[in-house]
Design a protein around this ligand. Structure first.
Ligand SMILES: Cc1ncc(COP(=O)(O)O)c(C=O)c1O
Length: 377
């Protein structure tokens, strides 16, 4: 067998790894992309292969603005969009342009563990804020603000990674007014906003960008394909200008002009919309199946809330269980997960674990729960 690696992921064939927060191969729409690429290349415009406009191709931004206007239920202006090579790259560039090493930023506890990796690259001082079922606890933020002004607050407001919680509308509004009052930026990572299964989420943080204190980050990774490396930042032009007028953009031009051309056709031909509808049906089934199986097979001391969207189930075990230690045991049964401590900016969350239902088909999810039940049962 070849040892040449083609994807980031490297899971042994016999393993069911609930830790993988990626779409299964069966959900990556090769045929639709082929149609979109043929449509774009067939237009005979060689500028597709030219250095792109720094802010992102203007026609693509118009099409994306229309897609977002429909999805967010609010008018989105193309001039308020900056095209990135995915949400990770957006976060990285935001750190480059809005922080200095040693600056303090606020994050949620738990938070997306790889965002913590990006923040570590910039040597930022992380202060974590607690969450409950309604997302970030805003009173805790107010207390911290009395002591420190952060360079920014990083939040995942909708179908959070890993907790699956969604910030309530009232808290969103309070957060926005605090950011104005205390003059700090909110970086809202909204990559799961469109993946709602059993509920309509509150308006995205993108709704409040006119305040000039919010950078709303989005991505095609969760709604189309992570390999495209395509995303956006929605914010007022003065904030976008800080990102656009950077050495990276001035040297290399816009971040992903060829791919954005192809995805432009996905939008224009209605293929993105169709694919999103399909994803929501499949992920809803997977989420419901995994939740039901966990309830049936795991002891009552194992607690979780069935997700209303996103990719993840965040599971709490009894206080004394250390999920990092449990992971070694689980791997002997060929099942794996992300231990809670990864999502903590300190040593916390040691009795939590994160399961993703995005990567596996129904039968595999069920088999994975059988294996988990042998470890946790
Ligand atoms: C909250 C969150 N932000 C960002 C990303 C990465 O997005 P992208 O592929 O657009 O860089 C992920 C992927 O898991 C995520 O869960």
């Amino acid at each position: 067998m070849s040892t040449i690696q083609t994807t980031q992921l490297n899971v042994p064939a016999e393993m069911i790894d609930f830790g993988v927060g990626q779409p299964s191969l069966s959900l990556l729409p090769l045929a639709a992309l082929q149609q979109a690429a043929a449509h774009r290349l067939g237009q005979g415009d060689p500028s597709l292969l030219q250095y792109g406009a720094e802010q992102g191709d203007g026609y693509f931004r118009l099409a994306l603005a229309q897609f977002l206007s429909e999805g967010y239920g609010m008018p989105v202006e193309a001039g308020h969009l900056f095209i990135t090579a995915g949400a990770s790259q957006a976060l990285d560039l935001i750190c480059t342009r809005f922080t200095q090493p040693g600056d303090t930023i606020f994050v949620e506890e738990p938070t997306y563990f790889l965002a913590l990796r990006i923040f570590a690259d910039y040597r930022l001082n992380i202060v974590s804020l607690p969450m409950d079922d309604d997302g970030l606890i805003v009173e805790a933020l107010e207390e911290k603000l009395a002591q420190t002004k952060p360079a920014f607050l990083y939040t995942i407001p909708t179908f959070h990674n890993p907790s699956a919680h969604t910030l309530s509308t009232a808290r969103r509004e309070r957060l926005v007014s605090l950011s104005q009052q205390h003059n700090f930026l909110i970086v809202a990572d909204e990559v799961y906003h469109f993946l709602n299964y059993t509920t309509t989420p509150p308006p995205p943080m993108a709704r409040y960008t006119e305040t000039g204190t919010i950078l709303s980050v989005g991505s095609f990774s969760k709604i189309l394909g992570p390999g495209l490396r395509l995303g956006w930042v929605l914010a007022v032009p003065p904030l976008l200008d800080r990102l656009i007028h950077s050495g990276l953009l001035e040297s290399g031009g816009g971040l992903n002009p060829f791919t954005s051309g192809v995805v432009h056709s996905m939008l224009e031909l209605g293929l993105q919309h169709e694919h999103l509808t399909h994803l929501k049906t499949v992920y809803h089934q997977r989420s419901a199946t995994l939740s039901t199986a966990l309830r049936q097979r795991l002891p009552a001391s194992v607690v979780f809330t069935e997700p209303e969207g996103g990719f993840f189930i965040w599971v709490r075990l009894p206080e004394e269980v250390n999920t990092q230690a449990l992971l070694a045991e689980a791997r002997r049964y060929n099942v794996s997960f992300q231990p809670g401590v990864k999502f903590s900016s300190g040593p916390g969350l040691s009795n939590y674990l994160r399961l993703s239902f995005a990567y596996y088909e129904i039968e595999e999810l069920l088999e994975g729960v059988s294996r988990l039940a042998q470890v946790i049962g």
